[in-house]
Design a protein around this ligand. Sequence first.
Ligand code: HEM
Length: 188
Amino acid sequence: MNTLLKGTLYLAVATAVLTGCKKDDDDPVTPTPPAPTPTLYQRLGGTTMVNDPANPGTMIETGYLGLRSVVDSTIFVIAGDAQLQPYFAVLLAEVGSGDLTGFAALSESLTEFFAVACGAQNFTYSGMNMVDAHNSNNPRMTGLVNDADFNRFVADLVEGAAQNDVPADIVTDIGELVETLREPIVQQ
Ligand code: HEM
């Protein structure tokens, strides 16, 4: 290869390498990844610890407290709802006689269920699955749920949420969440 040809070749290679390495000013700035979507539990206040108003001297996660407040309000709404009262006959009879153990157990069980379903990391649900909890495998359940009563339960839940000033967008998303439970719960 003669010197001129060699020189031309070097120049071509060097230009190609330099061009390839050159930072193109037209490149879009590297995009920052979008912030991860917060879970429903985080939107309810998540793991931020606050005083538990029901247990002085005890701290509680804000998300759990919010859900427990909604659950307890909802149980009271249901207790006054003639359409759903028959399902909760065992519970209502206990409460009527001053025994709150079943109420406390249901409150905890429902709250843990919702906490886990909403994305809580520090709680587990150890109750029955949704099919067994809503048929004769649950001795505290009288009768099988139909669509109309499921709808009524959701309406009472929305009322329980409203009593605790839960923001509308969170109520909507909790509504979508419980809708996914219609199929196992409605067994009539
Ligand atoms: C929409 C979503 C619902 C959820 C997430 C839900 C969840 C639960 C949970 C977690 C339990 C406790 C199970 C256990 O501790 O092993 C339970 C019990 C029960 N559920 Fe539901 N449920 C729903 C809808 C309904 C509906 C529509 C009815 C009736 C109309 C109903 C009636 C009952 C009754 C009577 C019990 C037993 C209460 C007691 O312990 O005395 N549930 N449910």
